[in-house]
Design a protein around this ligand. Structure first.
Ligand code: AHG
Ligand code: MN
Ligand code: MN
Ligand code: MN
Length: 327
């Protein structure tokens, strides 16, 4: 092994979580356990994704979800894996998922409500392109021992106590925040451990990458068209993977803006407030960036329905400010 490129193995995720717990960030230990449960389910899903081409779990399953999308086998599988891990873990009392029409009341004394996009980037599963998982964690607000209430479920993004994503990319990563900055962990498959690889992540204040499905340009609102022209004038690089997590992660590291504007087909944009936009908006703000609907802060949008969509402009602060200045 070349000693110039061999990296020392550092802090494991477990050790890091324990350390933060001791620093009173989440003193009771329940949030720690919840993060471990998610990380573990991530390992299981990661293993299945890696084998997908070999064991016939690629492709569509033949059902539609409430979003009107063809469910892929891995959408359903990942949903089952995360719900199972969270149910067994006992820290979550309710789960809302992109793949389930209604929320699931786990009927236990768990203190946290989870919103999850179990598999993000479904259209990329069968073509060996990066995909992800996105999650938000909220505190239960209604009294324990009773059924879950609407107020437990319909919380704004500012109420999140933690949020994160798993990126199943050229390496698998877990990136999360508990409201004290953002940290990234890289999975070492042969050891079965996540290691802290990206401490205190900060998004560059400005950038030169723009990420948008420009094929839909003709149906974007005028302000968005104007901002895209600005990107052309600046000769920014266009980068669009089509997996939100992967596009977001690249821009987080390199500086950039991701946009999913309103379109004719999706007048509120395509992305879902509760399990896509809120989590990434919490992360980006913690990393010094910005997230907007075009006319307001994502985290302050009061949810009206479980599967509500919102336009999303997210990334480097200067770029998002510029984009929304056209509205
Ligand atoms: P999901 O696979 O969870 O349904 O999310 C798909 C989303 C997101 O990952 C991606 O950024 C976006 O859809 C791409 O949409 P377009 O194909 O319309 O660009
Ligand atoms: Mn989907
Ligand atoms: Mn998604
Ligand atoms: Mn999904």
């Amino acid at each position: 092994e070349d000693s110039r490129i061999a990296l020392p193995i550092g802090t494991t995720l477990d050790r890091y979580i324990k350390k933060k717990q001791d620093e009173f960030q989440y003193a009771t230990g329940e949030l720690s356990q919840l993060l471990r449960d998610i990380a573990l389910a991530g390992k299981v899903v990661n293993r299945e994704i890696n084998k997908a081409g070999l064991i016939n779990i690629g492709g569509a399953i033949g059902t539609q979800n409430v979003q009107g999308e063809e469910q892929q086998k891995l959408d359903v599988l990942a949903n089952i894996r995360f719900i199972r891990a969270l149910t067994k873990g006992g820290e979550a009392c309710a789960i809302i998922s992109e793949e389930d029409e209604h929320f699931t009341d786990l009927k236990n004394d768990g203190k946290y409500v989870i919103a999850i996009d179990p598999l993000d980037g479904s259209s990329n599963i069968d073509v060996n392109v990066s995909i992800g998982t996105i999650f938000s964690v909220y505190r239960r607000v209604s009294p324990l021992g009773k059924p879950i209430e609407k107020e437990d479920i319909m919380q704004s993004g500012i109420e999140q106590v933690a949020a994160g994503y798993l990126l199943y990319g050229s390496s698998t990563m877990l990136v999360y925040t508990t409201g004290h900055g953002v940290n990234g962990f890289t999975y070492e498959p042969s050891l079965g451990e996540y290691f802290l690889s990206h401490p205190d992540m900060m998004i560059p204040e400005d950038g030169s990458i723009y990420s948008v499905n420009e094929g839909m340009y003709n149906s974007f609102p005028e302000p968005v068209k104007k901002y895209i022209t600005h990107c052309h004038d600046q000769q920014y690089s266009a980068r669009y993977i089509g997996s939100l997590v992967a596009d977001f992660h690249r821009n987080l590291l390199k500086g950039g803006i991701y946009m999913y504007p309103p379109t004719e087909k999706n007048p509120d944009g395509k992305l879902r407030l509760m399990y896509e936009c809120n989590a990434l908006s919490f992360i980006v703000e913690q990393a010094g960036g910005m997230a907007s609907t075009g006319t307001g802060r994502i985290l302050e949008v009061a949810p009206q329905s479980l599967h509500q969509r919102v336009p999303l402009f997210i990334g480097s602060k200067r770029m998002v400010e510029k984009a929304v200045s056209f509205f």
